[in-house]
Design a protein around this ligand. Sequence first.
Ligand code: AP5
Length: 228
Amino acid sequence: MDGTLPHHTAPVLILLGPPGAGKGTQARMLEEKFGLVQLSTGDLLRAAVAAGTEAGKRAKTVMEAGELVSDDIVIAILRDRMAQPDCEKGVILDGFPRTAVQAEALDALLAETGSRIEAAISLEVDDAAMVARVAGRYTCAGCGEGYHDDFKQPIQAGSCDKCGSTDFNRRADDTAETVASRLEAYHASTAPLISHYREQGALLGVNAMGEIDDIAAKMAVIVKEATR
Ligand code: AP5
């Protein structure tokens, strides 16, 4: 990777929200509906950990503690991913930016590509409900589709709706204790970005406490409007 970003004006959407808010769930649905590319820095970091890269080694213990990985690592990982040609279709940023430094880096990166933030969508939820959401979560090992013990089970028990795989994973950081740290990190470092994007005129809030499909319908209206 030579670090050069392709020039394009594809839309960029940001999803903001605490752990369990439904960023990944909604991003995957929007990806399918609008042909945008979901970029989850959590997924990119977990892939780096699994691959045993230098960045992955540095990130592993931080993620297990529910703290934020350093800005330099996350920005470098996102930049590499944004340089790939599929991002010219437009991207949904899921879990990035999470600090003021990352928000600044994103502005600089988008200035290079020529694209801009169409909307920063804040998923508004009650923190108290997030522990149950996160602790019951599991994903398909084959395609990454997300499920939940109580709220979203595969149609046919034990088999992924999307790819039919019978292997599922649970994340190491999805314990009640770690979720508490992740919520703390969200309120200390990420929630202030809500005002930042409000001041830029890009912020849109969505009540994300209902049924997944009802929230998806509200999100689709917002994204259609933002990307037309
Ligand atoms: P990351 O992977 O981004 O985790 P997170 O932000 O904590 O978010 P989650 O994936 O837990 O929640 P989500 O909002 O995507 O919810 P989901 O849709 O899965 O980050 C992990 C770690 O990586 C961080 O702690 C940090 O260490 C590091 N990291 C990542 N990005 C970083 C960055 N930019 N800077 C620094 N460090 C970074 O839904 C959760 C569950 O609820 C699912 O089971 C789902 O089926 C269910 N569900 C979803 N919506 C609903 C609903 N409406 N009703 C009922 N259940 C629902």
